[in-house]
Design a protein around this ligand. Structure first.
Ligand SMILES: [Zn+2]
Ligand SMILES: [Zn+2]
Length: 140
C-alpha cells in the first residue's frame, strides 16, 4: 500500500503511516480542545507499529493519568495521542498528513462536550464516549 506521510508546522518532526487506519474520529473532548487550541481534533487511530517517526524528536506530555500527547517542541503542533492501557494503538492528528484526500472520518467522539458554536452536516455516528466502549467502525 502507499504510505501516508505528514509532519508538524516547522517540518522538524516527520512521520510515516505504514498500515491502514483502525478508525478516524473527530474528538470533541475538552482535553483535546485545550491541548490543540481548536474546537475539535480529528484523530486517525493506527496500530502502534504503523506510525513511524522519520525525522526529528516527538516530545510528550502526560495530560491525564496514562494519557500521553505528542507534539513538536519547536512549533507546538499536536501530533499524537496514546493511552498506556491501550498501547496496541496510537492516534495521529489527521490534519497533519500531507495529503488530506486520504482522510475519511468515521465518527464523532465525546459529543457531549461539543462546542455550541459549530454545526456538523455529516451523518456520521456520534458517540458519547470513546471507541474503547463502542468498538471500531466496520471496514469493507
Ligand atoms: Zn515543528
Ligand atoms: Zn479527545
Amino acid at each position: 500500500m502507499t504510505h501516508l506521510a505528514g509532519g508538524c508546522l516547522c517540518t522538524s518532526v516527520r512521520f510515516r503511516v505504514t498500515g491502514a487506519s483502525l478508525c478516524v474520529s473527530h474528538c470533541h473532548c475538552t482535553f483535546c480542545r485545550r491541548a490543540t487550541g481548536a474546537a475539535f481534533i480529528t484523530w486517525m487511530t493506527l496500530k502502534s507499529g504503523d506510525l513511524v517517526m522519520t525525522d526529528g524528536q516527538l516530545s510528550e506530555y502526560q495530560s491525564s493519568p496514562g494519557v500521553w500527547r505528542g507534539f513538536c517542541a519547536t512549533c507546538g503542533t499536536s501530533l499524537t495521542y496514546r493511552h498506556v492501557d491501550h498501547d496496541e494503538e496510537i492516534d495521529i492528528a489527521a490534519a497533519t498528513l500531507d495529503d488530506q484526500t486520504t482522510v475519511v472520518p468515521d465518527d464523532h467522539l465525546w459529543t457531549g462536550s461539543m462546542v455550541p458554536w459549530l454545526e456538523f452536516a455529516d451523518t456520521l455516528p456520534r458517540l458519547a464516549t470513546h471507541h474503547w466502549e463502542h468498538g471500531y467502525p466496520k471496514r469493507d
